[in-house]
Design a protein around this ligand. Structure first.
Ligand SMILES: NC(=O)NC(NC(N)=O)C(=O)[O-]
Length: 364
């Protein structure tokens, strides 16, 4: 969501598009050359251009990519990025217009109240590289410990930027949650993160914890076909394929808790859904997690994993719901491992439960 901007040739909302930037040589608009990014006019008045972006998922930022793709004679020569953590009351839905003026006085006043010019600086004023294929990514590692809800992207003095990518881990304000509430403990918005996986050939497992239902097959976890599939397939008494190989993804919950409901959604995976799945869980301290991460999750030194969901036969393009017996496992869990056999795609994994009173933090 972009909240306030000066724009002319191309709107700031393009900064947030998921698709890679495009260049269409023949495309022109009434304002000038069509560009797939945010592009302001050549400034002839004092100041510089900036916009405010509300993060889709508030969280801890670990890196930024200011992508100038295709902006060559018109890229922004320098940029800086500032950050803030705003409460709900500060939410805005403002848009600028192409003349570089906010649409109304009240919008100007609302933006002025944010005092965004003095927000914390994540990236100081830095020269950018132009948008040729070998120079377009301007990456910035970020070390900033606080939760961020909004960014201010400044261009000096004007020009174009194709995309702003913000990398990090979702962070929920757990203090604001009524203790009895059930929520999806692994959701990206609640701080869930994918820590390891066996294969992500067509789609990364982190997609499974994204917002809402998946848009298409690309918005899910999809592995390659395993090459060790038997030449002639056999099933057991429950109709589950007997295969030697499987694929797995490990995720850390946003908060340790007791899981009571599971959803596995194979939305869009019709000829390539997994035959079966199971879920294992464990409780790991940050130190224990560190050992697993460095071992690439390939061994289980502490014999920690316990089965939360026994192997289940899956269906194509279907939401599968399972209830768990919270008493079957003693105590809260912090990590889950989704195992699919032999391979295939899962669009969403939802794990509803109640956060426990213990909280662990990790550097990842
Ligand atoms: N050819 C251009 O891209 N010109 C201008 N930009 C657009 N988008 O028309 C400019 O000079 O800033």
């Amino acid at each position: 969501v972009h909240l306030f901007t000066h724009e002319w040739f191309a709107p700031a909302s393009n900064l947030l598009k998921k698709e890679p930037p495009e260049f269409i040589a023949s495309a022109f608009t009434e304002y000038g050359k069509w560009m797939d990014g945010w592009e302001t006019r050549r400034k002839r008045i004092p100041g510089h251009d900036w916009c405010i972006i509300q993060l889709g998922v508030p969280g801890i930022i670990h890196g930024l990519d200011v992508d100038t793709s295709f902006f060559t004679g018109n890229y922004s020569p320098s940029a800086s990025v500032q950050a803030a953590c705003l409460g709900m009351d500060d939410s805005l839905t403002l848009e600028g217009d192409r003349t570089g003026m906010a649409a109304s006085e009240s919008q100007f006043e609302a933006v002025a109240k944010l005092h965004s010019e003095s927000w914390e600086e994540l990236v100081p004023v830095t020269e950018l590289k132009p948008g040729y294929s070998d120079t377009c990514h301007n990456y910035f590692p970020i070390t900033y410990p606080s939760r961020v809800t909004h960014l201010r992207l400044n261009m000096y003095p004007d020009g174009g930027i194709a995309r702003l990518k913000v990398y990090g881990v979702g962070h929920k304000d757990w203090s604001a949650l009524p203790t009895q509430d059930q929520l999806d403990l692994v959701a990206l918005v609640n701080g869930g993160v994918c820590l390891g996986y066996s294969d992500a050939h067509f789609g990364h497992p982190r997609n499974m914890i994204g917002l809402g239902r998946s848009a298409n097959m690309g918005d899910g976890w999809e592995t390659a076909r395993r090459l060790d599939r038997p030449k002639n397939l056999q099933v057991d008494g429950k109709g589950i394929l007997q295969v030697p190989g499987y694929e797995w993804a490990v995720l850390r919950l946003g908060h340790p808790g007791v899981i009571s409901q599971i959803e596995i959604d194979t939305n869009h995976f019709k000829g390539n859904f997994p035959d079966s799945c199971k879920i294992e869980v464990c409780y790991l301290t940050p130190e224990e997690e560190g050992k697993y991460v460095s071992g690439r999750w390939s061994s289980d030194p502490g014999n920690k994993w316990r089965v939360l969901l026994q192997p289940q036969k899956l269906q194509a393009h279907h939401r599968h719901f399972y209830s768990c017996d919270p008493l079957a496992l003693s105590g809260p869990v912090s990590h889950v491992r989704l195992v699919i056999a032999p391979d295939g795609g899962v669009s969403r994994l939802r794990l509803w439960g109640r956060p426990s009173s213990t909280r662990h933090t990790s550097k990842l």
